[in-house]
Design a protein around this ligand. Structure first.
Ligand SMILES: [Zn+2]
Length: 265
């Protein structure tokens, strides 16, 4: 493995941890803000987000039947909307330094898209509650698939910023993307096995690892079709990751992890 690949892997690792965590925080706060706007007193809303365990919210006294629906949609919506907004704002200023923030939008699209489809019939999930409130299931599936497709295309556009050039062979780019993303999932698994009292957190870590593995394979494969888009719009792709970029990205991840441990746990 070349020195250049190791720098890209470090950048992708920190960016994955950062964007995944900021997405979780904004998702839960999306629910909380919608609950507050629906009339639930602030003192009854408890958001509990651990950087490595399943994030969740407790509403004291539960949510009144009449309100179920839109506060459930607000979590996934907030994650996707803010992620894409930051993407749109930073696209012109894209450098390996802004890569962790750029990764948030695509990851939010894919994560929420896969998340809704996989939990359609899970009791108490956002998707199941939206459907119970009357949102048409086929429409939710179509929106989720669209989100996954948008996320994957955007991933293809931004990974060159992490120093993975358009000409890198498939298995090499797969190696760099899995090398960056999977270790974050393994870190989550390790911490859950060692520290979580809840078996569900451990199974969630396996889902995270599986999800990142699928994303890595699809994103590495999507480089070829994205190439014509890049050529057509003359998008710059000659970025090179440096140690400073990787360290900055891991630093951002550390900041969001520590903030959650201090204030949201
Ligand atoms: Zn949610």
């Amino acid at each position: 493995m070349t020195n250049r690949s190791i720098k890209s892997i470090l950048l992708v690792f920190g960016a994955t941890g950062f964007s995944f965590n900021i997405g979780n925080v904004i998702h839960e706060f999306g629910h909380a803000v919608a609950d507050r706007m629906s009339g639930i007193p602030l003192s009854n809303i408890h958001v509990i987000i651990h950087p490595f365990f399943s994030p969740h919210m407790n509403i004291e006294g539960g949510i009144p039947e009449s309100m179920i629906g839109w506060p459930d949609a607000a979590g996934p919506l907030a994650n996707v909307a803010f992620g894409l907004l930051i993407f749109a704002i930073l696209w012109k200023k894209r450098t390996p330094f802004t890569f962790p923030l750029l990764l948030w939008g695509p990851l939010a699209c894919v994560q929420e898209g896969i998340g809704q489809i996989m939990t359609l019939s899970d009791h108490g999930s956002d998707a199941a509650r939206m459907i119970a409130a009357g949102f048409p299931e086929p429409l939710l599936i179509v929106i989720s698939i669209l989100l996954i497709l948008i996320g994957i295309s955007l991933f293809g556009l931004i990974f060159p910023i992490a120093g993975i050039s358009m000409d890198t062979p498939f298995f090499r780019r797969l190696g760099i993307i899995t090398g960056g993303m999977i270790p974050y999932g393994l870190l989550t698994l390790l911490i859950c096995v060692l520290a979580s009292p809840n078996q569900q957190d451990v199974s969630r870590s396996y889902n995270i690892i599986g999800g990142f593995a699928i994303i890595a394979v699809v994103v590495a494969a999507v480089y070829s079709p994205v190439r014509w888009l890049v050529k057509r719009f003359q998008i710059r792709t000659d970025f090179q990751a440096k140690w400073s970029h990787g360290i900055c990205s891991v630093g951002l991840m550390a900041v969001i992890v520590v903030l959650q441990l201090l204030f949201l746990n």
